[in-house]
Design a protein around this ligand. Sequence first.
Ligand SMILES: *[C@@H]1O[C@H](CO)[C@@H](O)[C@H](O)[C@H]1NC(C)=O
Ligand SMILES: *[C@@H]1O[C@H](CO)[C@@H](O)[C@H](O)[C@H]1NC(C)=O
Ligand SMILES: *[C@@H]1O[C@H](CO)[C@@H](O)[C@H](O)[C@H]1NC(C)=O
Ligand SMILES: *[C@@H]1O[C@H](CO)[C@@H](O)[C@H](O)[C@H]1NC(C)=O
Length: 550
Amino acid sequence: MRFRGLWLLTIGTLGGFSSANPMLEAAVAERATTFTNPILWEDYPDLDVFRVEDVFYYSSSTFAFSPGAPVLKSYDLVNWTPVSHSVPTLNFGSKYNLNNATDRAYVKGIWASSLRYRQSNDQFYWVGCVESSKTYIWTAVSSGAGQNSGEVTNWNWSAKATLNKCYYDCGLLVDDDDTMYVAYGNSKIMVAQLNSDGSAEVKSQQVYVDPAGAYIEGSRMYKINGTYYILVTKPASAEWVLKSKSPWGPYEKQVLVDSISGPLSNAGYSHQGGIVNTKDNRWYYVAFMDSYPGGRIPVAAPLTWTSDGWPQLVKDGSAWGKTYPLPVQTSKTVPAPVGKDDFQGTSLSHEWEWNHNPDTTRFKLLGGSRGLQLSTATVTNDLFTARNTLTHRIIGPKSSGTFRIDVSNMADGDHAGAVLFRDVAAYIGIHKSSSSAQLVFVNNLSLNSDWTTKSTGTVAATGPTLDSAATDIWLRVQADITPAFSGTTVQRTTTFHYSTDGSKFIQLGSAFPMTNSYTFFTGYRYGIFNHATKSLGGQINVKSFTMQLV
Ligand SMILES: *[C@@H]1O[C@H](CO)[C@@H](O)[C@H](O)[C@H]1NC(C)=O
Ligand SMILES: *[C@@H]1O[C@H](CO)[C@@H](O)[C@H](O)[C@H]1NC(C)=O
Ligand SMILES: *[C@@H]1O[C@H](CO)[C@@H](O)[C@H](O)[C@H]1NC(C)=O
Ligand SMILES: *[C@@H]1O[C@H](CO)[C@@H](O)[C@H](O)[C@H]1NC(C)=O
């Protein structure tokens, strides 16, 4: 009886199944009382987790994708959905607008940053250092969270301040007395105190350096039972806990995890992350694991505490567990990460991020079921320099992303398609000329290690020429992002498919091998693009996007 509400809700999502099926009920009950790692098989790195009343929040880094720093919410710490972005426009300089081939910001932008709720003024604060030089602070005022069990009624982000110093890999703490602190730094861990409205620094000082000289970063700062904690990572294998009676130290250190295996094979070690408690004060550590080609994905595990106040990870033997009891039993749910988006709202959902800041005059939600209009925004033969490529994280381990697009208003020379987007990329799309619309599979798009363009792509296969009266084409990218980051030389592959009726899909070209390198940081994404090679004026309508596990 205890889990009845959850059973019914879970069964509800299974559609046609009847709750009279005892085997299914048993299976659902089993699923409802435990969870399986990873908690969300999507690329949400550099996580910062915290809770406001009933709602867990999660902030993540996004580099040059825009909007930046997504905010996810959860009621059980396991099922998450993106609900906002702390940085609606990357206000870090002109290169974030993807102006041209020499004015781009790949791999720059938002790295590990921090998000917290401040009860006293009902504001969320986001703090992040960009390009190791400046720190940007954004706030969302009048959120309503404190009055509404942690639910935000209105995410109203605005740029609050820019500090002329870098809070590298920072972690924000709002102390019990409302003082705001920021822990930050690499190797030398620092703590800064902010002024009363959190817009400037009052003081800062070094609080910890490893006597053995280890490189550490990724600070997260907490106050628990009157004691200050800073979690730091020793990349890319360990998490340390620093503990002190004062925010200014001295801090003692213990190792929380170091090179422990699991929960997935061929991934990196679970490390950099943060801790959070449930309303009934049970604690969890949420970390990410390097899981390329898919990126960095979150895993969770419970903590226990020693009598002298050190957290200990609950392991499965010596490994990070694959399953643990569900942290919170609740009837509140969030939308599933898979499904269909037909762009009916007045703004894009927070599942979507553009490659750099978009040209907002060149896309439009048409309303009703007419979809998203993408007008060409750049004349270029280089997709990495084209503005307004719209991206979506890939759910793992294997999934497909299918775009239904209307290509009847493409102009001579336009290139549009569904891309497997990263520094080594490929796409299926349409190359339009005055006389025809040619279906193509293009691979061999790549960036150099300094993120200049190495190759703009090679047409590796051609499909039929589309009837000029045809409006709808379905383009499908089917990706296997099972980790292949460590202990294997395997390359996972992606295949590209098209359909002219939405039901019969035909593969175009051969399977594309993905890179497992971490240096681009962001993992592979699904994306839709439309750029001109001759002149602006053409457009496509994106009628829907469907992501499904396969
Ligand atoms: C690229 O864009 C920047 C910013 O608009 C501009 O200063 C620069 O001259 C441009 N470079 C080229 C090669 O067009
Ligand atoms: C949004 O935030 C701005 C800046 O803090 C504020 O001036 C404005 O009143 C807020 N709007 C709403 C609807 O809360
Ligand atoms: C904090 O104090 C409470 C009350 O004494 C205790 O139950 C709890 O275990 C302590 N530790 C943590 C991490 O909450
Ligand atoms: C990839 O692109 C580069 C640069 O455009 C070109 O030299 C090379 O031949 C291409 N490789 C393949 C396999 O198409």
